[in-house]
Design a protein around this ligand. Structure first.
Ligand code: NAD
Ligand code: TYD
Length: 355
């Protein structure tokens, strides 16, 4: 038995791989194209495990994907590979359509051919698990009820639209061809090994360096935050006990306004790494993101009722753990701050003069 994980070198993928290696006996075949967002250093101790087989491959490479399925004979695939940053999707949307939609199409075709030819009982037990996001549901008004699994799709950014496109393909493969799929929609994750283009790691590292903390627009946008280890646990639970064809929402029960998140981070840093003046002095309001979704909130009642999942980490404890991790891991931080990362900062923030 082998589990195939795509996007395995990314933020969530490495967490899934680390958990699988630490907490199960199963071999893991992990596939990643190692874009700027993929980093083998993030496998941590799982990098050395003889049960972890890393394949440097692009999910759009059909021949390579067929060879990987043939070689590893996976019992299931956890599909996480994607372009994931909303701001980058605004600057360069084509790559999002290519990897998220065409890449998922390629994997579906390869997985379907593989699954059709499996003998029973392996055929019946096979799963194609697609990792999606709450962003496919669009933006919520302040008092609107949280997203449910049945909420209509209304993506706004190129990232969300490309994830929605891939979701629809997965659902079509389930309905049309009977492929045993599972799908999850998760809220914003945070935690160790998060690439510092996303809000929380970017703010931690900028604050440590005494650089401005760029809050988009009025800072009142709300996200629901989930510690990445809790997301990985939810994915494993859905894989083992979810009903094929079903979708499950995953959330943190931690809705916070961006400005409150940044202020909290500043307070934690004031305590753990005092700099003589409050870090909050660095907060700078900058030009808003175009089409910026106002609020996301997730109702994960189905996952809780049917599979008994709840987040273990509170936002307060998870944020503190995350800050401590960034302070204790300057080597990892240096490894991701390549020239490409600096170019991105110039591109995204250079034109966002303070408001
Ligand atoms: P990430 O950007 O950190 O990692 C994505 C990984 O995919 C990278 O390692 C990258 O190298 C790889 N990749 C990109 N294009 C590829 C291709 N063509 N072929 C093979 N590999 C490729 O993203 P993440 O935060 O780890 O997210 C993983 C998945 O979870 C995504 O599908 C994302 O939509 C979903 N998700 C993430 C969050 C979150 O808050 N991080 C929340 C909900 C859902
Ligand atoms: P992000 O981490 O990019 O996740 P997403 O856009 O997928 O929710 O952003 C989280 C929130 O933080 C979002 O409302 C945009 C905001 N944000 C800032 O205010 N400043 C920043 O520099 C970044 C990267 C994000």
């Amino acid at each position: 038995m082998t589990l195939l994980v795509t996007g395995s070198a990314g933020f969530v993928g490495t967490c899934v791989v680390r958990q699988l290696i630490a907490e199960t006996d199963e071999p893991v075949a992990s596939v990643d194209a190692l874009t700027y967002a993929g980093n083998p250093l993030s496998f941590g101790p799982a990098a050395q495990s003889p049960r972890h087989h890393f394949e440097h491959a692009d999910i759009r490479d059909e021949a390579r994907m067929r060879a990987i399925f043939k070689h590893y004979q996976p019992r299931a695939i956890l599909h996480l590979a994607a372009e994931t940053h909303v701001d980058r999707s605004i600057h360069a949307p084509a790559e999002f359509v290519s990897t998220n939609i065409v890449g998922t199409l390629t994997l579906l075709q390869v997985a379907q051919d593989y699954w059709r030819n499996l003998p029973e009982p392996r055929r019946n037990a096979f799963r194609f698990q697609h990792i999606s996001t709450d962003e496919v549901f669009g933006s919520l008004a302040p008092e609107a009820p949280a997203f449910e699994e049945t909420t209509a799709y209304a993506p706004t950014s190129p990232y969300a639209a490309s994830k929605a496109g891939s979701d629809h393909l997965v659902l079509a493969w389930q309905r049309t061809y009977g492929l045993p799929t599972l799908m999850t929609h998760c809220s914003n994750n945070y935690g160790p090994y998060h690439f510092p283009e996303k809000l929380i790691p970017l703010m931690i590292l900028n604050a440590v360096d005494g650089k401005p903390l760029p809050v988009y627009g009025d800072g009142q946008h709300v996200r629901d935050w989930l510690f990445v280890e809790d997301h990985a646990r939810a994915l494993r639970l859905v894989l083992e006990h979810g009903t094929p064809g079903e979708t499950y929402n995953v959330g943190g029960a931690a809705e916070r306004r961006n400005i409150d998140v940044v202020n909290m981070l500043c307070s934690v840093l004031d305590e753990l790494q005092p700099s003589g003046a409050p870090h909050a002095r660095l907060i700078t309001y900058v030009k808003d993101r175009p089409g910026h979704d106002r609020r996301y909130a997730i109702n994960f009642g189905k996952l809780e009722r049917e599979l008994g999942w709840r987040p273990r980490e509170s936002f307060e404890t998870g944020l503190r753990k995350t800050v401590r991790w960034y302070l204790a891991n300057p080597g990892w931080v240096a490894s991701v701050r390549s020239g490409g990362y600096r170019n991105w900062l110039d591109k995204n923030y250079g034109s966002r003069e303070a408001e």
